[in-house]
Write a protein that binds this ligand. Structure first.
Ligand code: CP3
Length: 350
């Protein structure tokens, strides 16, 4: 089968094969936030266009998504969008403030607030389908990763009203108003599931569920109040047959639970070694986990750090190389290109 595959068959690409834990000629690599402010060509096309407008402009989304593929020769593209795009599409008053992140005009605190949150339908996001259509033609054999925010990470922005270090108001809702919390997460689960399905239906070859802030929760709270909702999202897209990546930051204590939630690939930040992660997640591929600050290391040190991640990943069957979190805006893009080359060179199997 695979020998018959053409180079344009994304389902047989190195990235998708690694997600499925099949043999690959080398370790595939992409970077979270590879499209973004680290690239001068990104800053140029974003001039005078606010983030949410950019996300709703298919030609711009297509160009920005392809930029890092062109420049770094990464093994996958990640759809240029944001986790709050589906929330804005159902009428939530949310804006993305440069240097801050998502800010919500009327935070959700009560059941009446939750009741105002309506369901997403594919007709709410025609620009997503259109952008992915353009990308399929543009990307050829390079797989496109679609993504969405997991219920907890989305809820945190909605409840806090913006970014939060402690997630105090969100945890107060979990502890003090579990009925409101669960109702909110049920709505977000439906929105997120639809948003992922729209992306796969349009041609995304894999999906990543970002529960970026789940690491702020104890294992007990995660299992009791968050994991069931994320699991419903992941099982809600299982029939689509594309690899599902589940990622969070600071989740060393949650990796087994995040794998059990229904992930094919578990994303790991830089604080947990892939050797330790492999022991926790069982029969799943791993994604990660170079420190995003490795780009600031002198070249020989950076090279050693890349090798260490590849060595640690030998404990896992199936490895997608990535950073442990997103590309920092101040990263030198040439350092990112070097990382791609190093990963390919060091992992080439004869
Ligand atoms: C928590 C979260 C958000 N958005 C996202 C997450 C989960 C991933 C993570 O943990 O980093 C997801 C996201 N946001 C963006 C992508 C693009 C795809 C990629 O290249 O990875 C992805 C995957 C574009 C973006 N989303 C955002 C930018 C920067 C805005 C700009 O370039 O003007 C980009 C490229 C804005 C955004 N949106 C959000 C934040 C925290 C910020 C940064 C605010 C800032 O520092 O200015 C919320």
């Amino acid at each position: 089968m695979s020998r018959m595959a053409t180079v344009n068959d994304v389902t047989e690409s190195v990235f998708i094969r690694a997600c499925r834990r099949e043999s690959t000629p080398y370790t595939p690599v992409w970077f979270m936030r590879q499209a973004g402010r680290s690239l001068p060509e990104y800053r140029k096309v974003r001039e005078g266009v606010d983030m949410l407008t950019a996300c709703r402009t298919p030609e711009l989304v297509c160009e920005i998504t392809v930029q890092p593929v062109r420049r770094h020769a990464v093994d996958a593209a990640v759809f240029f969008s944001d986790i709050v795009v589906p929330l804005a599409a159902v009428g939530v008053d949310v804006d993305i403030v440069p240097g801050t992140g998502p800010v919500v005009g009327s935070p959700i605190r009560t059941m009446a607030d939750v009741d105002k949150l309506r369901d997403l339908t594919p007709d709410d996001v025609p620009y997503i389908t259109e952008a992915i259509g353009l990308l399929r033609a543009e990307l050829g054999g390079t797989p496109l990763i679609g993504f969405a925010g997991a219920p907890f990470t989305l809820a945190s922005y909605l409840v806090e009203g913006g970014p939060s270090r402690t997630h105090a108001k969100t945890k107060a809702m979990i502890y003090g108003a579990p009925d409101v919390w669960n109702a909110l997460c049920e709505r977000l689960t439906a929105i997120t599931t639809t948003f992922l399905r729209v992306q796969v239906d349009a041609g995304a070859a894999a999906v990543q569920l970002f529960d970026s802030w789940a690491g702020a929760l104890s294992l007990h709270d995660y299992l009791a109040s968050v994991e069931p909702h994320s699991a419903r999202v992941l099982t809600g897209v299982a029939d689509l047959g594309v690899p599902r990546i589940h990622f969070g930051v600071g989740t060393g204590h949650l990796l087994a639970a995040m794998a059990d939630a229904g992930a094919d690939v578990v994303g790991v930040d830089w604080k947990t070694s892939l050797t330790d992660a492999a022991a926790l997640v069982g029969h799943r591929a791993l994604q990660g986990n170079l420190d995003p600050c490795a780009v600031f290391a002198p070249p020989p040190v950076m090279s050693t750090m890349v090798r260490r991640v590849l060595d640690d990943a030998e404990a896992a069957q199936g490895h997608v190389f990535n950073l442990g979190h997103g590309v920092l805006p101040e990263s030198d893009p040439d350092a990112l290109t070097r990382i791609v080359d190093l990963v390919h060179e060091h992992s080439t199997r004869s």
